[in-house]
Design a protein around this ligand. Structure first.
Ligand SMILES: [Zn+2]
Length: 621
């Protein structure tokens, strides 16, 4: 397996071509609807991915932010390139020993899936070449680009997709590596290193969705497949490995298809009449609605569409994905029949009427619209034909379970042409000199410094540098909180707050974390209670005090602690006399159970030791 990564990181500057803030915003301004058509690229041909999108004939509804920005709505030309964002991109280039271009030329990349109002995404090459060392291995950097982020998809309905413009135009630095990664784990490590390097500039946005990865995966004898828009770093290795497995399975299936002399029948057949009274299942509903049911004969495909031993991928799913991309709910293939409303008897009749042998297969494509059914069956036939060749190059969407799904053809170079509204920006040696003089600390140096300055355990420092943002750490430490406590909060306690399904992880403002640490330090609750207090805050407790109250962990004051310890020691005095020091652990357990984490463990232990000494001393003859 060969994997190349593209990392896209949003910058915390204003937008790339206007002065609007780079913040997501739930309050909407005006709404307008557009349709987008592809134009041919500089070399006069229309890009395959763009043509595919346009053929779907969708309308796009845009919700602007409260500013109703005319640049975002493409009612006004873009302003000159954001110089601050350019500085960040150049800084990243210098950190990666990448060679900056002499002049930044903005290009338009045709993208007509509605994710922008112009029909293209603006992108500029900033630097080429460079390298990054991860775990003793050198990974090649191909290019660094600065581009505008796309609009945010907020919904879709019949023939229409809705986007919000708050994300459109947020500057993105894109770093592309060469195909030097060979395992899923390595992909994750490289992405982590690049993420830490980007955060080292202290000018990046943070939170879910602010950094996204594309994976380019190819295997021996396969083809490049792009898994686009991975937001969860922890799933990166899984996407890479599953894609490798998918390509391996499809190559095995290809060999068997070739051995059998399999082929794809040219013309699909309308079999609605033969389905008679079928009313259940996906095909049944199309029959009931008077729709079209087309059968595509696949001689030699029998048994190769369904599940195969040792793999949870299947060719049938690939075919269904193409039917889905053409606007259908899916399809039925003969390896999964009888079932889905098709009885064994009906299946037998269909096989006879389609004149199929034991090793032959077929797929059924059904829809109310004859046109849509026809378009889908054409797409499915093309995908089945590609299976005889091997792996088609394509773009795939990551799914939450680690699998991926076909989304569209791979875009090519036909989609680029020059942007004429944005003046080019020469990169002078003055500018590079100024940036070189103020290069941020590299992650490896930060790690060493954290261990040295704050006496943090190396593993904790590593989690800080590679897993969180250091601005918050620095700020909280500046406010006087203990570095180790802050590090634990940011790297362990906060990330493990149980999230709600489908909601963004709990990400409170730094001010609240300051309050929380202060409360803990003042003994409002014990250190051990931190996860529970955080969980209450995540569930909506309006203040730290209220969260502490809801957990029932409200601190136990010194007097009460002394009273509880004293009573328990009295109750167990027999055990204490009999076992001496060995009685400490069970007594400690009793006290902690009673206090239910409302007091720090170390303080409890100290109090208990004092009480034991007092009682044993006092009662000694
Ligand atoms: Zn704007």
């Amino acid at each position: 397996m060969k994997v190349g990564l593209e990392v896209h990181q949003q910058l915390a500057t204003s937008k790339l071509f206007c002065a609007c803030p780079s913040e997501l915003n739930e309050s909407a301004g005006t709404t307008f609807v557009r349709r987008l058509r592809p134009a041919s690229g500089e070399e006069r041909s229309v890009d395959a991915a763009a043509a595919f999108q346009a053929a779907r004939g969708l309308a796009y509804r845009y919700e602007s932010g409260p500013s109703n920005c005319l640049v975002e709505g493409d009612e006004e030309p873009p302003r000159p390139l954001n110089e601050e964002a350019l500085d960040v991109a150049l800084t990243v280039a210098l950190l990666l020993s990448s060679r900056p271009v002499d002049e930044v030329e903005m290009m338009r990349k045709i993208v007509v899936d509605g994710s922008n109002t112009t029909g293209f995404q603006r992108t500029a090459l900033i630097a080429v070449g460079g390298s990054l060392e991860v775990g003793g291995k050198r990974h090649e950097i191909l290019s660094i680009c600065l581009e505008e982020d796309a609009a945010r998809k907020v919904g879709s309905g019949a023939g229409e997709v809705a986007y919000r413009l708050d994300r459109l135009g947020i500057p993105l630095v894109e770093i592309a590596t060469g195909p030097t990664i060979t395992t899923g784990a390595e992909a994750r490590e490289v992405a982590q290193e690049i993420g830490a390097l980007l955060r080292a500039t202290r000018r990046v946005r943070r939170g879910i969705g602010t950094i996204r990865e594309d994976l380019n995966v190819s295997t021996e004898g396969g083809h490049r497949v792009e898994v686009k828009g991975v937001q969860e770093l922890r799933l990166l290795s899984e996407y890479a490995e599953r894609e490798e497995g998918r390509q391996r399975l499809l190559l095995e299936v290809r060999d068997e298809l070739v051995r059998r002399g399999a082929r794809v029948e040219g013309e699909p057949r309308d079999v609605r009449a033969e389905l008679g009274e079928l009313r259940t299942g996906p095909v049944g509903s199309a029959v009931r609605d008077g729709g079209t049911v087309l059968a595509l004969r696949l001689p030699g495909f029998g048994g190769l569409l369904g599940s195969r031993p040792g793999s949870d991928e299947r060719l049938g799913r690939e075919l269904a994905d193409h039917a889905r991309a053409a606007g259908l709910g899916g399809l039925l293939h003969s390896d999964e029949l009888p079932g889905h409303g098709v009885s064994a008897e009906l299946l037998g009749r269909l096989r006879t009427s389609l004149a199929l042998g034991a090793q032959d297969a077929f797929v059924l494509v059904a829809d109310r619209s004859a046109q849509r059914a026809q378009r889908a069956v054409t797409a499915v036939a093309a995908r089945a034909r590609a299976a005889l060749e091997g792996i088609p190059g394509e773009t795939r969407d990551p799914l939450p379970d680690g699998r991926t799904r076909y989304s569209r053809p791979l875009p090519g170079r036909d989609r680029l042409y020059p942007e004429t509204d944005v003046p080019p920006v020469p990169i002078g040696s003055d500018r590079l000199g100024r940036l070189r003089a103020h290069l941020p600390e590299r992650p490896s140096a930060t790690l060493e410094r954290l261990v040295r300055e704050h006496a943090l355990a190396p593993e904790l420092a590593r989690q800080l540098v590679y897993g969180t943002d250091l601005d918050r750490f620095d700020e909280l430490v500046r406010q006087g909180h203990a570095p180790a406590g802050v590090a634990r909060l940011l790297t362990q306690e906060l990330p493990s707050v149980p999230g709600e399904e489908g909601k963004a992880p709990f990400d409170p403002p730094t001010e609240l974390l300051h309050e929380l640490l202060t409360a803990s330090e003042n003994g409002a609750f014990a250190k051990e209670g931190m996860p529970r207090v955080l969980a209450e805050l995540a569930l909506g407790a309006p203040s730290v005090a209220e969260a502490v109250h809801r957990t029932g962990l409200a601190g136990v004051d010194r007097d009460e602690l002394a009273r509880v310890v004293d009573r328990i020691v009295r109750e167990q005095i027999g055990l204490l006399r009999e076992r001496g020091d060995a009685a400490f652990s069970p007594l400690m357990g009793d006290v902690m159970r009673e206090l239910r984490g409302r007091r720090d463990g170390k303080e409890v232990a100290d109090e208990l030791r004092r009480a034991i000494a007092r009682h044993l001393g006092g009662s000694a003859p």
